[in-house]
Design a protein around this ligand. Sequence first.
Ligand code: CTP
Length: 399
Amino acid sequence: MSILSNKHILLGVTGSIAVYKAADLASKLAQAGALVDVIFTEAGEKFVTPLTFQSVTGRRAYTDSDLWGNEAHVLHVSFGKTADLLLIAPCTADTMAKLANGIADNLLTVTALAAQCPLVIAPAMDGGMFAHPATQKNLEILKQRGATVVGPAEGHLASGLVGPGRMSEPAEILGCVRMVLGKNGKLAGKKVVVTAGGTQEALDPVRVITNHSSGKQGYAVAQAAIDTGADVCLITAPTALTPPVGARVVNVKSAQDMIEAVLSEPADALIMAAAAADFTPKTVAKDKMKKRDGIPQIELTAAPDILKTVTSQQTSLFKVVVGFAAESQSLLENATEKLKSKKLDMIVANDISSTDAGFAVDTNRVTLLFANGTSETLPLMSKTEVAEKIIEHTSRLLE
Ligand code: CTP
């Protein structure tokens, strides 16, 4: 189940052209299962009508007229009590100033004052307004009080200026919301290292030997760990994916780079979802190999076995070590052998022979095998759901 399922999110929409992106954000939150109540400021309403937001959230959008309506005296108090998170996106300099100074002169700011839940703001304003000492001071005050600030991003601003002031993209804000909601989860205070992607072993400055790993399962594991409150370090080989918000990312290429990164990140748990190379070219040509020189004979040598190296260290770097076994035949036999030979706490056995599991696709069919001899076979699931299961078991193993 998504971290956002049935979470009550108050989305404050203030007067900035970035409201067009906020509609997409509201839609993404609702699609992820959140119950989104939108609260407009008067200026926010000038850019877009509440109907746009009601259409994507399937719930009422509130405006300042509700501040003086029949439910007025309880509305902000009940919002403040029931909300899991107050997100203000876009948040103008004016609203930031009101929040920093406890001014409560509209439904949104009066709700903010009553709310007990975490506050996330995504500032959006012109560069000069953002740089102004007053705005910077307000930002500092809000951060000190525990608010999470996402962005603003740098780029072209409506005024024609280029600089910081653009509201962050909805996907990034959504990632930030997940991180804040997950903060007190089961893995709070725990560090988890996740590896992902297929390593690239250089042949020459142009060519590499790699594999079909997309990194999707590893990135999903990193996201699931963040959703559960972990401090996540994602050690990733090159992929086409955007890392989850909140992960500290270490970019690597080869299996050798990956082992160096893993050995320098002691943590509570290591989850090796990467498809690290088993073989690497013995030598890397300094210059591009030329066709005119004939077909090269490439000699390979063993790449370091990262898991074996980790679990054979004198002082253990990780309390729990999880591996993957991507197999095209004899899945359980091979996975059990790897669980033992690599001295793992858990192995995720992954059948890559079917078209709906393994590389590139969004679904996976896995069996989890444990060091104590037990196992759990999961049905066909999304890689997100598989990741949640892996994290659930990792946190149980850490207990
Ligand atoms: N692995 C590793 N170091 C490597 C290769 C793989 O630590 N150089 C890890 C993978 O990240 C995975 C587990 O070992 O978690 C099993 O990987 P897999 O490729 O299935 O097994 P191998 O040990 O490479 O064995 P084989 O190629 O014979 O299947």
